[in-house]
Design a protein around this ligand. Structure first.
Ligand SMILES: [Zn+2]
Length: 121
């Protein structure tokens, strides 16, 4: 494909700030002459990107810290609930044990009375 060498085109650094339009045949010359300016543009662009990236990371860290704090609170609540349930279960277990003993005592007394009735019959 033939390209017109006199056609004005954007500098290859146009997307990072070089607004110069150059003839196709002078691109190389423009790049050589403006190397320090282009380097400065590349550096500034890099700096901006790093800064934006850091800002984004800071925001993400803040959100994650908040989520972490919420999760820690939930775990604490669940631990408290779990302890309460364990205490209730322990208390109910003791009540069941007590009632089993009572039933056993009653059975013994009933058996003794039964024996007495038989002996007196
Ligand atoms: Zn340029």
């Amino acid at each position: 494909m033939l390209e017109c060498l006199d056609q004005e085109i954007d500098c290859i650094y146009s997307d990072i700030g070089c607004e110069i339009k150059v003839k196709r045949k002078e691109v190389s010359l423009h790049e050589t002459r403006n190397q320090p300016i282009h380097t400065r543009m590349i550096y500034n662009n890099f700096k901006t990107q790093i800064s934006q990236s850091n800002e984004k990371s800071s925001t993400e860290i803040l959100i994650l810290k908040q989520e972490n704090a919420e999760l820690k609170n939930k775990i604490r609540e669940l631990e408290i609930q779990s302890n309460t349930f364990n205490k209730i279960i322990e208390k109910k277990s003791q009540e069941i044990l007590f009632l089993k003993n009572e039933v056993e005592k009653t059975n013994i007394v009933m058996n003794q009375k039964h024996i007495k009735i038989i002996l007196h019959a």
